[in-house]
Design a protein around this ligand. Structure first.
Ligand SMILES: *Cc1c(COP(=O)(O)O)cnc(C)c1O
Length: 390
C-alpha cells in the first residue's frame, strides 16, 4: 500500500495534539473542518463520504441548515439560564419526546453516559435495591456508574472498585437473565441493538421475553437507546422493532442533530420517585440544546429520515453483502443504517484503504466494520462506497 501523504498543516495539528492533548484517543491522521450532508472535508480540502457520522450522531447530515438556524437564533437570544427557572423549550422538547418514546417524563443532561447515570440512580431509588444486571458486549459509557455496567474488562479494570452489585449475563439469552436475578436486583440495562459491542441484533423474541422476565420478577427494564435512537435503525427507536416498552430509556448521540445533549425518559411510576434535589445537571436541558433538539426532530419528521434509514439501510446492507470476497466475510448485520460487517480479515486495513479513497468508516475491535452514515446519505454515495470497497 502506498503511504498516505500527510500535509504540513495536518502534521502540525498532530504534533500539537501529541504535545498537549491527553492521549486517550486513537486518531486517524486527518483533521476535519467542514461538513455538509453525508460529506466532510479535511483541512486540506480533501472530500470524504462520511460513514461514521461522529459515531451515529449526525443523523441529519452535517450542519443541517434547520439546526444551524435554530442554534444561531437561540444563541443570540439566550444560551443558558439554569434549572432554577422554567425553560419553555425544555417543556416543549419533553412533550415531543414523550410522544415519540411513549414514556411519561424526561430528565435532560449532556451526554449518553450521564443519561445512563441518571437511569441507574433512578432504578436504585425506585426499587430500594442495589443490584444491576447488564449484558455481555454492552457499552453504556465511561463515567463510574455507567462504566460499571460496560462489559469490556479493559475499560473497567484500572478504575475498580466501581459501583458494586453489577452482574453480566449473555446478550440475547433471556434464560441467562432469569437465572441472574436475585432479591437485590433493581434493574436490567440493555441496548435494543448493541453498538460498540459490534452491531449485535438480538433475536426477535429476546426483548419481549426480557420484558416478561422483568415484570415477573418486579425489576425495572432500562433500554439504552443512546446509539439506536432517532431513526438510526429504521424506526424512531430500537425498541420500536419489537414494540416492547421499557420502564426507563436513555438517549443522546443524535438527539440534537450534532449538538451535545442527553436525556433519560421514564414511565410515570418510576419517574415520580425522583424528588426535588435527587438529581441535577447544570447544563441539562439548556435552551440552546433544546432548540437544536426540537429543530432536529422536526427535520427527521419533515424529511422522513426514519423511513429513509430503513430504505437506504436495506439497500446498503444488500450491496455490502456482495462487496466482499466470500472467503473473507463472516456476515453483514444490522437494522436501518446501523450496519456491521464482520470480516475474517483485518478490518483496520479497510479503514485505512478507504480513507485514502475518500470514505470514512470505523472498525470495532479487529474485524467488525461499522457503517453508520448520516441518514441523508444518497443511493449514489452508497454506490460509490461499494465501488471503492472492491
Ligand atoms: C455512545 C454510547 C454511550 C455513551 O455516550 P457518551 O455521550 O459518549 O457518554 C452510552 N450508551 C451507548 C449505547 C452508546 O452507544
Amino acid at each position: 500500500m502506498t503511504k498516505e501523504k500527510i500535509s504540513s498543516r495536518t502534521k502540525d495539528i498532530m504534533k500539537k495534539d501529541a504535545e498537549r492533548i491527553i492521549q486517550t484517543y486513537t486518531r486517524q491522521p486527518i483533521a476535519l473542518n467542514r461538513g455538509e450532508g453525508a460529506l466532510v472535508w479535511d483541512v486540506d480540502g480533501k472530500e470524504y463520504i462520511d460513514c461514521v457520522a461522529g459515531i451515529a450522531v449526525n443523523n441529519l447530515g452535517h450542519s443541517h441548515p434547520a439546526v444551524v438556524k435554530a442554534i444561531c437564533e437561540q444563541a443570540s437570544n439566550l444560551m443558558h439560564v439554569s434549572n432554577l427557572y422554567y425553560i419553555e423549550k425544555q417543556t416543549l422538547l419533553a412533550e415531543e419526546l414523550s410522544k415519540l418514546t411513549g414514556m411519561d417524563r424526561l430528565f435532560f443532561c449532556n451526554s449518553g453516559t450521564e443519561a445512563v447515570e441518571a437511569a441507574l440512580k433512578l432504578a436504585r431509588k425506585v426499587t430500594g435495591r442495589k443490584g444491576l444486571i447488564a449484558a455481555t458486549g454492552s457499552f453504556h459509557g465511561r463515567t463510574m456508574g455507567a462504566l460499571s455496567t460496560t462489559y469490556k474488562e479493559q475499560y473497567r479494570a484500572p478504575y475498580e472498585p466501581l459501583i458494586g452489585g453489577v452482574t453480566f449475563v449473555q446478550y440475547n439469552d433471556a434464560e441467562a437473565l432469569k437465572k441472574a436475578i436475585t432479591k437485590d436486583t433493581a434493574a436490567f440495562i440493555v441496548e435494543p441493538i448493541q453498538g460498540e459491542g459490534g452491531v449485535n441484533v438480538p433475536d426477535d423474541e429476546y426483548l419481549p421475553e426480557v420484558r416478561e422476565i422483568c415484570d415477573m420478577n418486579d425489576i425495572l427494564l432500562i433500554f439504552d437507546e443512546v446509539q439506536t435512537g432517532f431513526g438510526r435503525t429504521g424506526e424512531w427507536f430500537g425498541k420500536d422493532h419489537t414494540g416492547v416498552k421499557p420502564d426507563i430509556m436513555t438517549m443522546a448521540k443524535s438527539i440534537a442533530g450534532g449538538f451535545p445533549m442527553g436525556a433519560m425518559a421514564a414511565i410515570e411510576s418510576a419517574a415520580s420517585r425522583f424528588e426535588r434535589g435527587d438529581h441535577a445537571a447544570t447544563f441539562g436541558g439548556n435552551p440552546l440544546a433544546c432548540a437544536a433538539a426540537l429543530a432536529s426532530i422536526g427535520v427527521i419528521k419533515g424529511e422522513k429520515l426514519v423511513e429513509r434509514s430503513r430504505e437506504m439501510g436495506a439497500y446498503f446492507m444488500e450491496r455490502l453483502g456482495g462487496a466482499f470476497d466470500p472467503s473473507e466475510l463472516v456476515e453483514v448485520r444490522g437494522k436501518g443504517l446501523m450496519i456491521g460487517v464482520e470480516l475474517k480479515t483485518d478490518g483496520n486495513a479497510y479503514v485505512e484503504k478507504m480513507r485514502g479513497k475518500g470514505v470514512l468508516i470505523n472498525c470495532i475491535g479487529a474485524s467488525i466494520l461499522r457503517f453508520v452514515p448520516p441518514l441523508v446519505i444518497t443511493r449514489e454515495q452508497i454506490d460509490r462506497v461499494i465501488s471503492l470497497l472492491g
